[in-house]
Design a protein around this ligand. Structure first.
Ligand code: ZN
Length: 314
């Protein structure tokens, strides 16, 4: 009886020791994985940085290069920007020549072994808008919310390649991001449906809203082309003023990352109201809110833009 008791105690003791050993291994493995450094990411525009944060979660640390009001078409990297880019393990940019003056920098960084990726890479060619006689691709893809949601896949693939052990987490978060953006796309469709069809004309400073127009059924007319590199001439200004009068456009919209001066003059000449400032190529200031949404996020930016367009035109 006494022997059996000792035996049971010994067995229980061995079992406990085994359990403790397994637990210690689990703690070490989980601890090690938990301590794995997050991927340092440098993202160009606010829209790209937001996508990177959504897909990457706690596994990434995102440094957004271009703040509120910054024009990516004209953006040149300063010495301190180059240091920030060189420090990053993954560099994400929008692409399709949006960041026209950073192309060489991206090539150099890629050659030096960094992972460099345009988030628009891999989007279906038939969904991209070509403009002018040369068929230049319009880079402002983020204004078609459903199309932009597809960019989450490329971001996910890049992160998964950098940290294969965390790939499943990136895939899960990419799925959530895409679902959220598809819900946002449905919200935009419901909201713009309240504008009478004859009033669905969006007049802006530069041609950033081509994807918006195509996706949501608006005619889009801009003073400058798809890049802000070339400025508007006087003939363009007179033409646009005549167009606004002819079509009875109720309001025009200036942009946060483009000078207001020329469009403001047209607005006065045409005698129409200012529909407000839209975010075109940059997000708003983090912490400032619209209808509860942070303007430093893609959701907040899209929601404020759509509300302003709808209120200005309906
Ligand atoms: Zn632009």
């Amino acid at each position: 009886m006494g022997q059996r008791k000792t035996c049971v105690i010994r067995r229980t003791g061995r079992g406990l020791a085994l359990l403790l050993a397994v637990w210690a291994v689990v703690v070490i493995v989980v601890g090690y994985r938990g301590l794995a450094a997050p991927i340092s990411v440098c993202a160009t525009t606010g829209m790209v940085a937001d996508l990177a944060r959504g897909v990457g979660g706690a596994e990434v640390q995102v440094d957004g290069l271009m703040g509120p009001g910054v024009d990516p078409h004209l953006y040149k990297a300063t010495a301190s920007d180059l240091i920030r880019l060189q420090r990053a393990e993954v560099i994400l940019y929008s692409g399709l020549h949006l960041e026209g003056k950073l192309q060489e920098t991206f090539q150099r960084l890629s050659r030096s072994g960094r992972r460099v990726r345009a988030v628009t890479e891999g989007l279906p060619a038939d969904r991209l808008i070509r403009t002018g006689s040369e068929g230049v691709i319009d880079p402002h893809v983020w204004f078609d919310v459903a199309l932009w949601s597809r960019c989450a896949d490329g971001v996910c693939a890049e992160f998964a390649a950098a940290r294969p052990e965390a790939a499943e987490g990136f895939r899960q978060r990419a799925r959530v991001v895409k679902q959220e953006l598809q819900a946002l796309d449905r919200w935009v469709r419901d909201r713009v449906a309240t504008v009478p069809p004859a009033r669905r004309i969006l007049v802006t400073s530069h041609d950033a809203f081509g994807y918006f127009g195509k996706a949501y059924g608006f005619q889009v007319v801009a003073l400058q082309g798809i890049s802000t590199v070339t400025e508007a001439g006087l003939a363009d200004m007179t033409q646009l003023t005549d167009f606004i009068r002819l079509k009875g456009v109720p309001a025009v919209f200036v942009e946060s990352s483009v000078s207001h001066a020329s469009l403001e003059r047209i607005r006065r000449d045409a005698g129409v109201k200012l529909g407000g400032e839209l975010f075109s190529d940059a997000l708003g200031t983090p912490g400032q809110r619209h209808d509860g949404y942070d303007l430093g996020t893609y959701q907040g930016m899209i929601r404020q833009n759509i509300d302003r367009i709808v209120e200005g035109l309906k």
